[in-house]
Design a protein around this ligand. Structure first.
Ligand code: FAD
Length: 291
């Protein structure tokens, strides 16, 4: 959110027409371009509507939106078993040892059908964020409504050790139907970036970096080539840059969600960290990684 705010202010100061507290409620393509309906909350509490016409739209609205339906995007016909769930926590008094162990790291705790990331974020809060197949949540039943993370911690002794040192400090957030396959990078004059084209498996911890990278890549492309072939070029450039990363992320995620395969892989990679480097590099844009 801090990064969102910084980018928004920077765009505004650079001369962009910025509408704060606004959402795009319709996006219609026509021969004359794309018509956008924007609804904005005003300081007096009322809402105002305005219409904008654009020759080109760069859509950065995330993994799923009501705006996808009128575009009849393919992924809407697919189903995904993955559910994401996160909640901010605070360290309990006396949990200094846990704080020291977490500092500078992202821990990933694996369990059958999912995994959970634990790390210290802005202001010293501890973010606990998990991805699991819906069967894991279904098995947890009504206990989920009380405190999903402590319930799911029972699936992993190492995660339970962490949760016992924390207390929830913030509202839980959940998202279903998470997909890690690529979507089409463009639809007519609308070009998608970030999760709106494809979300990498969160295990890779690279979703935000990838979203920013796709924005920079498209901006550079548009600076040199904003003709009628741009959507086709963007389709090719996006696929070349990101499609194999998404595939590698899906493959790794599937492996680590099966406990026996995960344990065997970790046993193999622990004494041979140089084998892990090329594996990780496949999920990253950087040509070289150091562990
Ligand atoms: C369980 C889980 C764990 C993750 N862990 C990590 C991690 O550890 N590290 C990491 O880097 N990434 C992680 N990610 C991925 C990361 O959150 C995304 O890849 C990243 O946020 C994508 O950025 P984005 O800007 O494309 O989309 P978003 O961050 O979703 O931003 C889209 C924005 O568009 C706005 N919007 C939507 N519709 C409209 C509309 N109609 N009008 C106006 N605005 C609209 C939304 O309000 C939102 O602000 C994780 C994801 C999940 C599900």
């Amino acid at each position: 959110m801090a990064l969102d705010e910084t980018l928004f202010r920077h765009a505004e100061q650079s001369g962009a027409l910025a509408f704060e507290g606004a959402s795009v409620t319709r996006m219609d393509e026509s021969a004359a371009g794309v018509l956008l309906e924007i609804e904005q909350s005003l300081p007096d509490g009322t809402r105002a509507k305005r219409l904008l016409r654009a020759d080109r739209v760069v859509a950065a609205y995330g993994r799923r939106s009501g705006l996808d339906r009128p575009l009849d995007r393919d992924f809407l016909r697919r189903r995904s078993p993955f559910v994401g769930y996160k909640r901010r926590h605070a360290l309990l008094p006396g949990a200094d040892a846990v704080a020291a162990e977490l500092r500078g790291k992202v821990e990933i705790h694996l369990f059958d059908g999912g995994y959970c990331g634990v790390n210290i974020v802005d202001g010293g809060a501890v973010n606990v964020c998990l991805l699991a197949e819906d069967r894991v949540f279904a098995a947890a039943g009504s206990a989920l409504r009380r405190d999903a993370i402590s319930h799911l911690a029972r699936l992993s002794p190492s995660l339970r050790g962490r949760i016992e040192a924390l207390r929830p400090d913030g509202e839980p957030m959940a998202a279903a139907q998470l997909m890690f396959t690529a979507k089409e990078p463009s639809s007519g004059s609308i070009l998608f970036i970030g999760d709106a084209v494809g979300m990498i498996a969160p295990l890779c911890g690279d979703g935000q970096a990838m979203a920013l990278e796709s924005a920079i890549l498209l901006a550079e492309l548009m600076a040199h080539n904003d003709g009628e072939y741009l959507p086709k070029i963007w389709d090719d450039v996006w696929r070349k840059r990101f499609a194999s990363r998404l595939r590698a992320g899906r493959w790794l995620q599937a492996l680590l969600m099966r406990p026996s395969a995960a344990e065997a892989s970790i046993r193999l990679l622990k004494p041979l960290p140089f084998l892990a480097v090329p594996l990780l590099a496949r999920t990253r844009g950087a040509p070289r990684l150091q562990l």
